[in-house]
Design a protein around this ligand. Structure first.
Ligand code: NDP
Length: 459
């Protein structure tokens, strides 16, 4: 008789939990996965995927305009229908969620719909049942948080933004991170008047400064009103509109206020602390490099651990966990040089270190930087520009950072990330023959440094 009802109980059916469950089942483990909402998690249901579909939708307005320069005459003024976008997006999300369920059952895992709570370190309660497990994996992700301020209940988060019944003609976005910038691009592209209010000096804190400044200029050119060092104090209902009141006495009247002010781990009310799992003050599960919590048979991966909150990271953490614990193939997720993109308009792609971080680490750098108008816009006359930047450690000549703002930046940086991960030098990039005419070729044709910064005191 097996000692436990299952070998692995996964709490959370998002990208990380599903990967871990599927791989562990493939290794022969008896796996149960529980999800309280919909399989697929944040990324599939209300994150990456619907967001990317919305960004496609939002780009058509410019594409229709630009088409004229290439000889196209559109029969009538294009009209955007929000309801169609929502319906089609929902259909695709439903399909993907179904595939996630199938991926698990196909691998031999059992799936349960409901909220799972730890009753003791080896027992999980769900839907009136108690199930015992040899190993538990917490993969519960996170949820958006809204600042405490008067009228905050009038605002929405990214969760609701995917289901608005009516398209908001005027939107205030609060925050200056990934979600704020992505929705600014989406709503602006779809024709809304967008104001973005960020409390800090410049958007996208933590990104390379050139990227931050460049993107800020580009979104303003596209019509977003950018308010820096600005944070509404309160929201008020005014007839059909919402008024956001700022400390300087100004007010912005909009149809929707979207708070994109960060996310918090889903770890409360699950019996974690009672089971002995140590949480950080922010609520994330504290884990070691093997994703093991303070309780040796309870592991955690993905956003509920707050290492790098990106889907592919959660997936790899889940895969490493499953291979290591159930497949006799131990390995660890390496969190260095993880590429990332902000699907703003224009898109940001980045891998490795920002100039500031590289300077702090290496002391002496060669910076290669170019900005240009994409070929496509020589005919359209659009003032959009592209930025590309390489950060090179002067001593080793290794490329330690690559950054881009512009069309296809995410696709291009994904490929550059291979070179960065392999430790490529600038000379090795230069040995690669350019593919002409592309934007990506700039990464192998930047000949001389645009600057050679040195940290004070660096030899
Ligand atoms: P971020 O952490 O990226 O940004 C949060 C923003 O809100 C920051 O600008 C922050 O300001 C601001 N903020 C935080 N608290 C407050 C407050 N109390 N009042 C005013 N402003 C506040 O979080 P997001 O919510 O945008 O996204 C969460 C995470 O999800 C991202 O960090 C990323 O890891 C992931 N994600 C990834 C995407 C992708 O891969 N394309 C897309 C979307 C999300 P400050 O900088 O001053 O702290």
């Amino acid at each position: 008789m097996a000692k436990f009802d299952c070998d692995l109980f996964v709490i959370g059916g998002g990208s990380g939990g599903v990967r871990a469950g599927r791989i562990a089942a493939g290794h022969g483990a008896r796996v149960i996965v529980a999800e309280e909402y919909r399989y697929g998690g944040t990324c599939v249901i209300r994150g990456c995927i619907p967001k990317k579909l919305f960004t496609y939708a939002s780009h058509y307005a410019e594409d229709f305009e630009d088409a004229a320069a290439y000889g196209w005459r559109l029969p009538a003024e294009p009209v955007f229908d929000w309801a169609t976008l929502i319906t089609n997006k929902d259909r695709e999300i439903e399909r993907l969620s179904g595939l996630y369920r199938k991926a698990l059952t196909g691998a031999g895992a059992e799936i349960l719909d409901g909220r799972a709570v730890l009753a003791d370190p080896h027992s999980i309660e769900i839907g009136g049942r108690t199930i015992t497990a040899g190993t538990v994996l917490i993969a519960t992700g996170g949820h958006p948080v809204v600042p405490e301020q008067p009228g905050a209940e009038l605002g929405i988060t990214s969760n609701e933004a995917f289901h608005l019944e009516r398209f908001p003609r005027r939107v205030l976005i609060v925050g200056g991170g990934y979600i704020a910038l992505e929705f600014a691009g989406i709503f602006n592209g779809l024709g809304a008047k967008v104001t973005l209010a960020y409390r800090g000096e410049q958007i996208l804190r933590g990104f390379d400064d050139d990227v931050r400044n460049f993107l800020a200029d580009e979104i303003v050119k596209k019509g977003v009103e950018l308010r820096l060092r600005a944070m509404p104090q309160r929201l008020e209902r005014r007839a059909e509109a919402i008024a956001a009141l700022f400390p300087d006495g100004s007010a912005v009247e909009v149809d929707a206020v979207l708070y994109a002010t960060g996310r918090k781990a889903n770890t409360s009310g699950m019996g974690l602390k009672e089971a002995g799992v140590v949480l950080a003050p922010s609520g994330v599960v504290k884990v070691d490099a093997e994703s093991r919590s303070s309780v040796p048979h309870i592991y955690a991966i993905g956003d509920c651990t707050d290492r790098i909150n990106l889907t592919p990271v959660a997936i790899r953490e889940g895969h490493a966990f499953a291979d290591s614990v159930f497949g006799k193939k131990p390995w660890r997720m390496n969190h260095e040089d993880v590429p990332a993109a902000v699907f703003s308009a224009p898109v940001v792609g980045t891998v490795g270190l920002s100039e500031a971080d590289a300077l702090a680490r290496f002391g002496q750098l060669d910076i290669y930087k170019t900005s240009f108008r994409p070929l496509r816009h020589t005919l359209t006359g659009r003032e959009e520009r592209t930025l590309m930047k390489l950060v090179v450690d002067r001593a080793s000549q290794r490329v330690v950072g690559g950054h881009m703002v512009g069309p296809n930046a995410a696709e291009i940086i994904q490929m550059l990330a291979i070179a960065v991960k392999m430790g490529a030098t600038k000379a090795e990039l230069d040995e690669t023959v350019a593919l002409h005419p592309t934007a990506a070729e700039e990464f192998v044709t930047m000949r001389s440094p645009s600057s050679r910064p040195e940290r004070a005191g660096a030899a």
